[in-house]
Ligand binder design. Sequence first.
Ligand SMILES: [Zn+2]
Length: 338
Amino acid sequence: MTPQTLLISDARFLEHDPGPGHPESPARLRAVVDDLQGNPVQGTSWSTPRPATEDEMLAVHEPAYIAALAARARTTSHLDPDTATSPGTWEAVQLAAGAAVQAVEEVWSGRAANAFVLARPPGHHAEGEHAMGFCFLNNAAIAAQSALRLGASRVAILDWDVHHGNGTQHLFEKRSDVLYLSAHQFPFYPGTGAAAEIGRDQGAGFTVNCALPARQTDADYGAVFQDVFLPALSTFAPELVIVSAGFDAHARDPLGDMRVTERGFAAMCSGVVESHAKVVLLLEGGYDLTALAGSVRACVQVLAGARDTFPSGAGAGASDAIAATRRAHGRSARHLFP
Ligand SMILES: [Zn+2]
């Protein structure tokens, strides 16, 4: 049988409830899954995850932090001002990380053509030793470590969430085997992600930040892909690209202030798929339910074989940000950009 696009989700992800009025609500995932199950995309199949093992979590996080999270199992508490647990949180957190590892295993082995992990809570703000910004475990980092354990020598994490993935950057900034690429609104939460942050020590040149002003469009993101992300992927030649796929850069999103549409996300996903690496998408942010469901569907259609392109007409804001990124990397010895 031809390998299909694997969608991994679980009703237990809905049991993480950070409280009334919180934007990272169970309704987000319900909207995504209802849409895809109500009107299935041809060429996709579903699976449910296993929890991450302790070893998988400890490959990224400090033992004391994992112990502290486990101690809060079945309780309601706050880990930071906007990151709260409910009785179902710890199980959902372990399943979300396990789903990311499972997606890598299925795609790496060739049993799945590619995969989209439809999980919550998200992960890219989570640091090695603490929770942050709605995130508990860094699912993308745990997935990247599992790929290296399976034998990958180079993994890229491409983060198109409107927020910078501070946790992911910090976990890999001294490493040359994991390339971190992020386009995000800047200055904005969490405050990191300036173009000058290019990695350090052995990892200098392997962190690529495109710090964009607000109100960037599909065409602007197209320029970022054309001039920064795709050349970097081509030079680095990862065997696997893990996408931190947040949809809060959508024009309708209540937290972000970008102007991306479903077409823009489909074009970003097309660019990644055409990079010839194996591809795993992990759901990060996205807080307008209609925009989220429509944008996830657009990406699933691309994973299943459709393609989309960016419109032309990038503005000066994107050009300036791209120039700053390339300038910062021009001073590194790595030559990711030809
Ligand atoms: Zn976000």
